[in-house]
Design a protein. Sequence first.
Length: 95
Amino acid sequence: MIFFLVAFHDEAIVGIHIIQKLEARFRKVGGIATLWVSPEMRKQGIARSMKERGIEWSKKEGLSSLETSVSIFNKRMLDINRKNGFKDESIIMRK
């Protein structure tokens, strides 16, 4: 099962949010594949609204958790995730 949400403005796509339902060993998990908002439409609450709708969908689907990865430089998405109850769980280091 996949959650797929597209936001439009004046017939142009300005946002996309995709969550894939994953079957983990003993639990149902959602993996956020993407949440993107066009640069000219940012800071208008679109990402926050899309994230909230994705969370609602995951609850209705009975998912035990949602997982996502975010660059440490993407402060806006880190803030949106933390405000929606996401917790920092791991750090990937690269050289």
